[in-house]
Design a protein around this ligand. Structure first.
Ligand code: ZN
Length: 194
């Protein structure tokens, strides 16, 4: 298992649409190893999600995992490791929910992003089999953040109020107390606890 190097803002791989994997590729030793390394990398940096383009692999693959007991995210839900290939998102509820997001590829920053709060995800699992699930709340936001990476989109592209982009320290000092920002997701950020 290896900790992989994470691409940062400005690297072209983050802006390039990723390609689907075939079921045979998904079951290959190389991709299984990539999934293990991505999971280890996500844990190493304290993230809750990581997309393959962030580790310089332009493939439609993301891993998501978080614990409700992690005070860093202050979310009262938990998501066991979820490996998602070739996801397709259908919005089930256009009403949005906003979170302060972070990203391993933009270290030290937070930004407030509103996204549809309930989505359906059609995808292939680690066996290459088609699956479908519904995600809402924090998980819906994590999914949309990670799957955006597969289209070359970063969370900063989704910020509608530019005054709500902040360094982590200033976020903690000036922005973390608002009622509508009571929840504090880090997504794949490596920012410190606040
Ligand atoms: Zn990210």
């Amino acid at each position: 298992m290896s900790i992989l190097k994470v691409a940062r803002l400005g690297h072209p791989v983050l802006r390039q649409p990723a390609r689907d994997l075939t079921p045979d590729e998904i079951r290959s030793d190389a991709v299984r190893q990539l999934v293990r390394d991505m999971h280890a990398t996500m844990i190493e940096y304290g993230g809750v999600g990581l997309a393959a383009p962030q580790v310089h692999e332009p493939l439609r693959l993301a891993v998501i995992e978080f614990s409700g007991e992690n005070e860093r995210y202050r979310v009262d839900e938990a998501q066991p490791l979820w490996v998602v290939f070739n996801p397709r998102v259908t919005v089930l509820d256009e009403k949005t929910e906003g979170f302060w997001e972070g990203c391993l590829s933009l270290p030290g920053l937070r930004g407030y992003v509103e996204r549809p709060r309930r989505i359906q995800v059609d995808y292939l699992d680690a066996s290459g089999e088609p699956q479908q699930c519904v995600a809402d709340g924090f998980l819906a936001t994590v999914c949309q953040h990670e799957f955006d990476h597969l289209d070359g989109v970063l969370y900063v592209d989704r910020i509608t109020d530019p005054t709500k982009l902040s360094f982590v320290e200033e976020y903690a000092r000036y922005h973390a107390t608002g009622q509508d920002e009571a929840q504090e997701p880090d997504l794949d950020s490596d920012g410190p606890r606040v």
